[in-house]
Design a protein around this ligand. Sequence first.
Ligand SMILES: [Zn+2]
Length: 468
Amino acid sequence: MAVNFTRELNCLSDAPSLWRGIADTERMNRAVGLGRIEVAPLEGAGAARYLVKTRVGGVRLEYEERPFEFVENERLFFRRVQRRGPVAWLEMGCTLAPAGNGGTRVGFTLALQPRNMLWAPIVRLEGRRTIDSFIEAARDLDRELLRTGCLPPGVRTSEANEAALARAAGVLLREVAPARRALVEKLVELVRSGSDQEVSRMRPLELAEAWKVDGRELLAVCLGAVEAGLLELSWDLICPSCRSAVRRTASLAEVPEAGHCHLCDITFGTEPHQAVEATFHPPASIRAIDSGPYCVGGPVRTPHVVAQALLPAGGEASLAAPREPSRLRLFLRGGPTASVQVAPGAADAVRVEAHADRIAPAGIELAPGGKLLVVNRTGAETHAKLERIEWASARRHHAHAHRAARIPRRGTPPMRAAAYQADPSRVTRAQPKNAPPPAAPPDRPASRRALLASRAPGAESPGARSAR
Ligand SMILES: [Zn+2]
């Protein structure tokens, strides 16, 4: 018989603020002291896409990771089938409900099926400890949100080498224009005291938004920091659907011709206008950060996804539309999509059929807060998600300087491409000899067709995810 735990907590913060912390499962898992995980792609296990290995209390665990099911700002749920370890399966859920005073009632549930009677007492003990630590972590989030308006700093397990940091900072301060020195100080402080998660994949434009400074300025400072030895530059291959990094390379020359997202089961081109993003992290000589991962499935990894559900083989699932008018895309694992317009006056519920190669109908209108009933005709357990299109467009526009839009690729020194990002006019007028032709507009039909049609076997390296 399964062991069940339920806990509730009244928070004073609103649900969207708490969601940013709770649904960031990488941050939560670090906060509650769970172990680092090793991730390998998995085939033929229904909706499960990864096999995860980790340790809890010295005990080795191995489990199948299915995509999380969630509705943004409201709830998340996951089920893990363990191949090795004291439980046969576990299910964990979290709900966030408005509490009337502007606050939120947060509920956690945990169900664990001990593998046998011998394990039952330990499972009961560990289960109670786990759910209590999640409640404590949620309480910390609420407290810090009320105190500062920001999420609490994440876990920091590595210390900076102060001498090496001071040396690199000194070089950078000497090199930059006086007007940029304040930004350098801020960057150095982040490298010194940011959480391991924060500094393992620094994205200048996102940081600039949080710091309320000019993105181009910060990007220029980050590029200077690479020259000064304070930061290293990496190139992340970004899945066009889930927008997570499926692979990281040290130089643009190593970026492959095609990327494969094992989670979404799509293969995509890495033409210069799409799919590649520059990120920064300190070298190990300055700070030996723990870059994880501690989780691969949390909703905050895919902030443009408003809802995601598993579709049982031959069954169906319901996806909730946002309460405000929006343009969305329904995505089925493997690539089929349908456009979803959320508009007042449209139907409260719409039923669609998901086939391996298409979704019918391909255009859907739904009322705000409406239900999209997805019937699974693929013959196997799979998953579907509702993605916000406005977010993706705004993000693409905003992140334009980040990514390899029009960045020369193969054989091109990374710094030249990076220089483009700091100042496009410097590079676009001086293309190197072997540069590819200028990129087509982002949504050109050919690349979209290629994205949807291609399902070639994985070009992704097995360690790609765990390398992040
Ligand atoms: Zn993906």
